[in-house]
Design a protein around this ligand. Structure first.
Ligand code: AMP
Length: 282
């Protein structure tokens, strides 16, 4: 596996690939890699000649400086994990200057209103930061296909909107949430949980499964009440939001319509760790 330490090294790699007509599959990450990330590379491996990943903790998508500072940085371990997986041909590890040569500012985007829901409402400016880094990475990596996890479902929908609005030639693929055996969605943040918090966090997946059972059986306000009750009864856990939304518009709904797809979204603060999860309802 090649390690591309700066933009020049990346551009040489990409230009060689393009000369040889090789298709490029790309999965960007912020590092602290786990098996959820690996599932993106597995998908990419199936349909591309070359698989490129990137590791870059993007400052502009953090609205909370403490969160940015505390974000785990384990680049050497990550590179080892990528190499061991045997799924990745090259990893791009840019500096802040490679991505933001002029200033550390986000561009402002219109993502068809998707940016104002859930994570956008909770974290002002977050999706402008995500859009900016992804647009720049796409310019530099020039992928044919790019892979994003459904774990961050709103982010996936926003990147689809970015590609659509800017008419970029990359195809976006969503990858199912990779969970641990007890159902907890894999996340770089899980390593910040104490053992007790880690065990208690399984309630998130268990609750989402119950929501799926209740879906179309009881009303949405009733489902919300039950979810609030379950989480609030857990010591050290606080429900930041729970809602059911239309998968297209990401707008919260209080009613089900027959021909639409719905998804439950929740964010729970477990001690100081903010955990995010979601589930398609069927
Ligand atoms: P991150 O490094 O957290 O920015 O995540 C990089 C990519 O991996 C994003 O597309 C995430 O949605 C995806 N991802 C993170 N955790 C998971 C997971 N448990 N299952 C599937 N994809 C994931």
């Amino acid at each position: 596996m090649k390690i591309l330490n700066n933009r020049v090294e990346l551009e040489q790699f990409v230009s060689e690939a393009k000369k040889q007509n090789k298709s490029i599959g790309f999965a960007p990450t912020m590092g602290a890699l786990h098996d959820g990330h690996i599932s993106l590379y597995k998908e990419a491996r199936k349909e591309n000649n070359l698989v490129i990943s990137s590791i870059f903790v993007n400052p502009t998508q953090f609205n909370n400086p403490e969160d940015l500072e505390k974000y785990p940085r384990t680049v050497e371990k990550d590179i080892e994990k990528l190499d061991d997986s045997g799924l990745v041909d090259a990893v791009y590890v840019p500096s802040v200057e490679d991505i933001y040569p002029d200033n550390l500012e986000s561009k402002h985007y219109d993502f068809n209103d998707l940016e104002n829901e859930m994570e956008g409402a909770a974290r002002p400016g977050h999706f402008d930061g995500v859009g900016t880094v992804i647009e720049r990475l796409f310019e530099q990596v020039q992928p044919d296909n790019a892979y994003f996890g459904e774990k961050d479902f709103q982010q996936l929908r926003i990147i689809e909107a970015l590609v659509d609005n800017l008419k970029l030639s990359v195809k976006i693929h969503g990858v199912k949430i990779h969970r641990q055996d007890d159902g907890l969605a894999m996340s770089s943040r899980n390593m910040r949980l104490s053992e007790e918090e880690r065990n208690a966090s399984t309630i998130i997946y268990q609750t989402l499964k119950k929501v799926n059972d209740w879906f179309r059986v009881i009303t949405i306000p009733e489902i919300k009440n039950r979810v609030e009750e379950i989480v609030e009864n857990q010591k050290g856990m606080e429900l930041e939001y729970f809602l059911i939304a239309d998968e297209e518009t990401l707008k919260e709904t209080d009613f089900f319509y027959k021909d639409k797809n719905y998804r439950a979204f929740m964010v729970v603060n477990v001690g100081k760790v903010r955990l995010i999860d979601n589930m398609h309802l069927d």
